[in-house]
Design a protein around this ligand. Sequence first.
Ligand SMILES: Nc1ncnc2c1ncn2[C@@H]1O[C@H](COP(=O)(O)OP(=O)(O)O)[C@@H](O)[C@H]1O
Ligand SMILES: [Mg+2]
Length: 255
Amino acid sequence: MHAEPSRSDAWLVARNVSRQFGGLKAVDDVSLTLEREAVHAVIGTNGAGKSTLINVLSGEIAPTGGSVTLLGQDITRMSQPRRAQAGLGRSYQRNTIFPSFSVLENARLCAQARLQRPWDWWSPAARCADSTAAAHAALEQAGLSAHAQQQAGALSHGQKRQLEIAMCLATAPKVLLLDEPLAGMGAEETERMLELLAHLKPRHAILLVEHDMDAVFRIADRITVMVNGRMLASGSPGEVRANPEVQAAYLGEHV
Ligand SMILES: Nc1ncnc2c1ncn2[C@@H]1O[C@H](COP(=O)(O)OP(=O)(O)O)[C@@H](O)[C@H]1O
Ligand SMILES: [Mg+2]
């Protein structure tokens, strides 16, 4: 058994979260804790409910049950933009960049969305300088500084996924929800992304949805396995690997 993480290390806590679509329980009574300086992988076959879980945690869709706290604050009914301002960042399973804008502009738009203040209408220039600085810092972290002025649509697939992480970082999140950031990547691009995630880990709590089991077992500190919306197992990589139910239902010959 694992000790409960101390409250201050539990940056995001989901308790008994559910989401139904009509009669379909896409997410069914899922509880998990994202701790600082840790990567928590969520794995499961297509349709298991992983993206729906991220959508509920990020505030894009409302849960039909359960609660979510972020940095000790109940955010269950908080809008997605307010969650972003409170320190929650996410990336999407499908590409969401503006291809005709520069790499820097893409990151800057995200930074601007966070820095926007209703009472700050008289200082657009200062806000612009702040968001440009935040965008440059995010590109630097994501390893894309050299591509800042390039058109985003001209980036390689792997660089586009890096840009999506940069766009998320531009909002200065503490908790990162990443939906399949390695999808469609070659070996070299995968390595670069894993290095980036390892680099981000010390300052963030990370939820990683991923199908590449080699990558998951290399980088994850905790793993939750979902089947038909439910949690089949959750624990350390060693515990999950040794779980006979997980092996039968999902991992099979992967481990
Ligand atoms: N907006 C929606 N309306 C109705 N059903 C949905 C919606 N989003 C997802 N689903 C269904 O919920 C289930 C879980 O989907 P999803 O969360 O995308 O799974 P995963 O990301 O694990 O592949 C699937 O059966 C999917 O068809
Ligand atoms: Mg998905």
